[in-house]
Design a protein around this ligand. Structure first.
Ligand code: CAA
Ligand code: NAD
Length: 280
C-alpha cells in the first residue's frame, strides 16, 4: 500500500493525512474546492512549523511530510489509490453518494474506509459493489495526538480488509481496537450522550458553561470539560451523532439537546466557526 486518498480535508481528514504522510504514505487530499484545499494545506504546514520551532520535528522531516502531500479538487486521483479514507460531513446520504462514485472510480482491490462517528458501515457499504472492502477506520480528535483507532466491521467486511486496516493502524503509531457495528460504536456511544447531557444541564440553568466544564475537569479528572469537547468536535457533528442514535434506536434517551440544535441552526458550531458554548 502506497497511496492514500483522503476525501474531506477538514479537521479530521487533515490530521489523518498528516499521520499517514509522516509514516511515508503518499497522501492526496480532496475537498470541495481548490481554495479550501489551499487553506487546509497551509494549516498543515503551520502546524508542522510549530513542531519544528518547539524542537519536536526536524526541518528535514517536515520537508519529507510536505513532499508526501498533494491535493486534488476532483475525485479522479482516487483511481490509483490503494486506500481511501473518507472524512466528510456526518450525513448518511452524502456519504453513500460519495462511496458510489468512489466504487466506480477506484481499482477493484482498493479499500474504502470511513471515519464516520456513528453511521452504519453496512449502510455506507451498500452504496458500493465491494462491501467486503468497506470498513470503519475511526480516529479521535486531535488525530495527531490520540492513540485510539476503532476498526469497525460492517456485516460484509472481509477478514482480509479488517486485518489490513488493523495492521495499518499499528504501523502509523496508533493502538487499534476491533469493534462490532452499532450506532456510535464504543467511544461515541458513551461520550456523545455525556456531551449532550452537559448541554441539557446548561439549558436547564443548573450552572454556567464554565462551571459545568470545571466540575467535570476537577470532579472527574477529564482533560477537557464536556462543553469544550463538544466545541472541539463540532456541535454539528455531535448533533448528527445524537440524531443517528435516535433514528437507529427510537430510544428517547438519545433526544438531542434543544439548545445544541438551536446553536447548530444558528451557525455556532464550536471552534471551527469561532463560537460554540465558548468563544474562540
Ligand atoms: N491538534 C493537534 N495537536 C494538538 C491539539 C490539536 N487540536 N491540541 C493539543 N495538541 C497537542 C499539543 O501540541 C501538545 O503536543 P506536545 O506534547 O507535543 O507539545 C499535546 O497535544 C498536549 O497539548 P496541551 O499540553 O496543549 O494540552 P493538553 O495536555 O490539555 O492536551 C488534548 C490537549 C490532547 C486535546 C487534551 O485536552 C485531551 O485529550 N482532550 C480530550 C480529547 C478527546 O476526548 N478527544 C476525543 C473526541 S471524540 C472523537 O474524536 C470521536 C468522534 O467521532 C467525535
Ligand atoms: P469538518 O467539517 O471539519 O470537515 C469536513 C470536510 O469535508 C470539510 O472540509 C468539507 O468541505 C468537506 N466535504 C464535505 N462534503 C464533501 C464532499 N462531498 N466531498 C469532498 N469534501 C467534502 O468535519 P470533521 O470534524 O473533520 O468530521 C469529518 C468526519 O469525521 C465526520 O464523519 C465526523 O463525524 C468524523 N469524525 C469527527 C471527529 C471530530 O471530533 N470532529 C472525530 C472523529 C470522526
Amino acid at each position: 500500500m502506497k497511496k492514500v486518498f483522503i476525501v474531506g480535508a477538514g479537521q479530521m481528514g487533515l490530521d489523518i493525512g498528516q499521520v499517514m504522510a509522516k509514516t511515508g504514505y503518499q497522501v492526496v487530499f480532496n475537498d470541495m474546492s481548490e481554495e479550501i484545499l489551499a487553506t487546509q494545506v497551509g494549516k498543515l504546514e503551520k502546524s508542522l512549523d510549530k513542531m519544528v520551532s518547539k524542537g519536536k520535528m526536524t526541518e528535514e522531516k517536515k520537508a519529507e511530510i510536505m513532499g508526501n502531500v498533494s491535493t486534488s479538487a476532483t475525485l479522479d486521483a482516487a483511481a490509483d489509490a490503494d486506500l481511501v479514507i473518507e472524512a466528510i460531513v456526518e450525513n448518511v446520504q452524502v456519504k453513500k453518494d460519495l462511496f458510489a462514485k468512489l466504487d466506480a472510480l477506484c481499482k477493484p482491490e482498493t479499500i474504502l474506509a470511513t471515519n464516520t462517528s456513528s453511521i452504519s458501515i453496512t449502510e455506507i457499504a451498500s452504496a458500493t459493489k465491494r462491501q467486503d472492502k468497506v470498513i470503519g477506520m475511526h480516529f479521535f480528535n486531535p488525530a495527531t495526538v490520540m492513540k485510539l483507532v476503532e476498526v469497525i466491521n460492517g456485516l460484509n467486511t472481509s477478514k482480509e480488509t479488517f486485518d489490513t486496516v488493523y495492521e495499518l493502524s499499528k504501523e502509523i503509531g496508533k493502538d487499534p481496537v476491533e469493534v462490532k457495528e452499532g450506532p456510535g460504536f464504543v467511544v461515541n456511544r458513551i461520550l456523545i450522550p455525556m456531551i449532550n447531557e452537559a448541554a441539557i444541564v446548561l439549558e436547564e440553568g443548573l450552572a454556567s458553561a464554565e462551571d459545568i466544564d470545571k466540575s467535570m475537569k476537577l470532579g472527574c479528572n477529564h482533560p477537557m470539560g464536556p462543553l469544550a469537547l463538544g466545541d472541539l468536535i463540532g456541535l454539528d457533528t455531535c448533533l448528527h451523532i445524537m440524531d443517528t442514535f435516535y433514528a437507529e434506536t427510537c430510544d428517547s434517551k438519545y433526544r438531542a439537546s434543544r439548545l445544541m440544535r438551536q446553536m447548530v441552526r444558528g451557525g455556532k458550531l464550536g471552534r471551527k466557526t469561532g463560537e460554540g458554548f465558548f468563544k474562540y
